[in-house]
Ligand binder design. Sequence first.
Ligand code: TXA
Ligand code: MG
Length: 350
Amino acid sequence: MKTFKINIKNEIDEKVIDKAVEILKDGGVVAFPTETVYGLGADALNERAVDKIFKAKGRPQDNPLIVHVSSKNIKDYVEEVPDKARVLMDKFWPGPLTIILSKKDIIPNKTSANLNTVGVRMPDNIIARKIIEKLGRPVAAPSANISGRPSPTTYERCVEDLDGKVDMIIGYGESDVGIESTIIDYTDFPPAILRPGKITFEEIKILDDNVVFSNEGSQYIDNKKPKAPGMKYRHYAPKAPIILVLGEKSHKEKKINELISLYLKENKKIGVLGSTSLGRALKEIKKVTFLSLGEYNSEYNIARNLFENLRKFDDENMEIIIAEGYKEKGIYAAVMNRLKKAASYNIIEV
Ligand code: TXA
Ligand code: MG
């Protein structure tokens, strides 16, 4: 398939938006920017179009898609919006929050992977919103990566994964947030955060005290059925295995230095991922590929740079990656959720 590729950088080009809308109307698939990560969209109400998303990504059929809307009026798509869910929508939409609700029949089974629920999100990115608005229909969109790879936060990474597999790819700068939306499930009580994101558990808890944090990670380990089906698959993973090191700062640094010595003896190409201060503590920094996520306390940068840096390790064919872990608070909880999965729970705590 020939992919129509266009990088509009920071310019809002109505002709490009019209072209995307035309393709979506015809049942095609388009990779487009959102504020979290790039998404791969199709008309959410058109099963045949949605099926093309699964094919292009190599996505398992039992993994439901998030439905993207351009307004808070979602009554055509969901049975009801509980009061507290409405409060969250009013506070955080448009933005990186997906709310799971009971779906109406108009949402096809293909989109919801046969669940009777649907995740709905109103993105904040101007291009995404214009496309949905002009189409006049909701857009189903997972992250625009090949299944299992880190989500793309740039045009170039979308092209790398999807060129030749989709109808159109639109570039519009780097994703602002860098990790996917927070997902909260309001179809059960207590409402549960199924995937942490930029909108944190702590922020949500202020508006709805009943909300709990459902750690899909541990559900995965316990072999329980995860609530968000996508959580059971290997995820965000670069090709090299990752070792995630947790603990107090000086202990972590000591352990990471020990691991580096060990793998240098085995002549491995070593990647190290962490904050700038970790870089300063590395004894053999010249013999490894160190990628910095940002200052230790710059949580937004750390989230924004995470996926791109994981992909850079692939570009350089690393054989082992050693990553610094963070305390699971605020946005670091979301970063750790991704890192633990990328590491397939290969964790050393010191
Ligand atoms: O920020 C985001 O959410 C991005 C951008 C493109 O909007 N999208 C995204 O979609 O991350 P995806 O498909 O890569 O991840 C969606 C996750 C999957 O783990 C899926 O299983 C879960 O959401 N999910 C979707 N619908 C669900 C539902 N009805 N019930 C439970 N989990 C659901
Ligand atoms: Mg994804």
